[in-house]
Design a protein around this ligand. Structure first.
Ligand code: KG4
Ligand code: ZN
Length: 365
């Protein structure tokens, strides 16, 4: 706690008055007994300010989220001080909303759980500072949460999944394969050696200027690529999946991004258009990059499943693959993973899309 206080120190003073006023806005009714433990979860690791109130049986009592996607789309990516400022502007309202909808007053909480890593330091600091103020004033226990562990365990909120299971986390900031052996017991099998797949898709979407596309302007890069890919023909471009000969379960996406950059440059020349205008072949490029991404993710996951089965790390007959993170909402990538799980007699499970992306529920849970 001492270390956490130190990390949050710079944000601490400024938010103290805010938290005092925030707590006064609730009607406390101590004395109402609750059968279940109730946790407030707070998430500010990247560009979503999120909070939720969840009980120990997995009932979601209240939830609120503020997404910064629209702002970051306009600036062409996440600028950490901008993300920090937006978290500061929204955290009190979001926590208040989650608590109000839950009908739980702060004094009735059993604990406050907050993402402390990994993520953008400036963003994490806002949630941590706010939480430590609450913890201090309410005299409640504080539960530090690892963002990736929260993503990995979310499936146990919606499905009855026993340990161990294999998890694939693919988002804008993460890409990893791990065996989940228990709540805090993870065996890392592989991770991205450079950027995450969502980051790569965001960069490609930006390079294709999809924000100017009338149907994609408010979508995240990955979602825009998925949307456009449906109208394209992936066979118009032949892109090799990365790391085809690497005998491990790691990933790489920056090489793929550079290959696509070159294709876009070439097409701009051919079509005689300037950088910043939308190519007539944008949908075909989107389809090809989505296909190559799906192939790469599916092949690495296939290796991981075979390795786990061979080493007895997963059940031979009841192995489960859980896929989560923003990129897991991509249906084309899910279908590629389905082919892998069907071929290896595994069960594929994905949390519903709203629980795949960053949220407060997974932190509280
Ligand atoms: O999990 P998330 O909300 O935030 C973190 O990065 O932790 O994931 C956001 C990422 C973004 O890069 C976004 O472009 C990508 O997930 N994404 C998608 C789709 N929806 C969101 N990527 C591919 N297909 C989608 N449908
Ligand atoms: Zn995440």
């Amino acid at each position: 706690m001492l270390i956490l206080n130190k990390v949050a120190g710079i944000f601490f003073k400024s938010s103290k008055r805010k938290v005092d006023g925030f707590l006064r806005s609730f009607n406390f009714h101590p004395g109402t007994p609750f059968l279940h433990k109730i946790v407030l979860g707070i998430e500010t690791s990247c560009d979503d300010t999120a909070a939720a109130v969840v009980d120990d049986t997995g009932n979601v009592l209240g939830e609120a989220i503020h997404s910064q996607t629209e702002v970051h789309l306009k600036t062409g990516g996440i600028i950490p001080p901008v993300a920090q400022q937006l978290h500061k502007e929204n955290i009190q309202r979001i926590v208040q909303e989650a608590l109000y909808t839950s009908g739980i007053s702060p004094s009735e909480l059993s604990a406050i759980a907050t993402t402390i890593k990994p993520g953008l330091a400036l963003s994490l600091g806002v949630g941590l500072s706010f939480s430590l103020q609450l913890v201090d004033q309410l005299k409640k226990p504080f539960i530090p949460i690892h963002h990736m562990e929260a993503h990995a365990l979310t499936i146990r909120l919606t499905n009855k999944v026993e340990f161990p299971f294999l998890v694939l986390l693919v988002s804008g900031g993460h890409c990893l394969l791990a065996v989940v052996r228990g709540v805090s017991d993870f065996l890392l099998l592989g991770k991205s050696l450079d950027i995450a797949p969502g980051d790569m898709l965001d960069k490609v979407a930006r390079r294709l200027s999809l924000i100017k596309h009338p149907e994609c302007s408010t979508m995240s890069g990955g979602k825009a690529i998925e949307y456009l890919a449906k109208q394209g023909n992936r066979f118009h471009f032949d892109i090799n999946p990365p790391m085809q000969h690497a005998k491990n379960c790691n990933f790489s996406f920056s090489g793929l991004q550079h290959v696509v950059d070159k294709i876009i440059m070439q097409k701009e020349k051919e079509e005689g258009i300037e950088k910043g205008q939308i190519l007539s072949s944008a949908a075909d490029i989107a389809a090809a990059v989505q296909h190559t991404t799906a192939c790469h993710i599916a092949k690495r996951t296939h290796r991981a499943i075979l390795f786990c089965k061979q080493r007895g790390l997963l059940s031979q007959s009841n192995a489960v693959l859980v896929v989560s993170g923003g990129v897991a909402s991509n249906l084309y990538i899910r279908r590629a993973l389905e082919i892998v799980t069907n071929a290896t007699q595994c069960t594929l499970l994905c949390p519903p899309p709203r629980l795949c992306t960053d949220n407060g529920i997974m932190i509280a849970w």
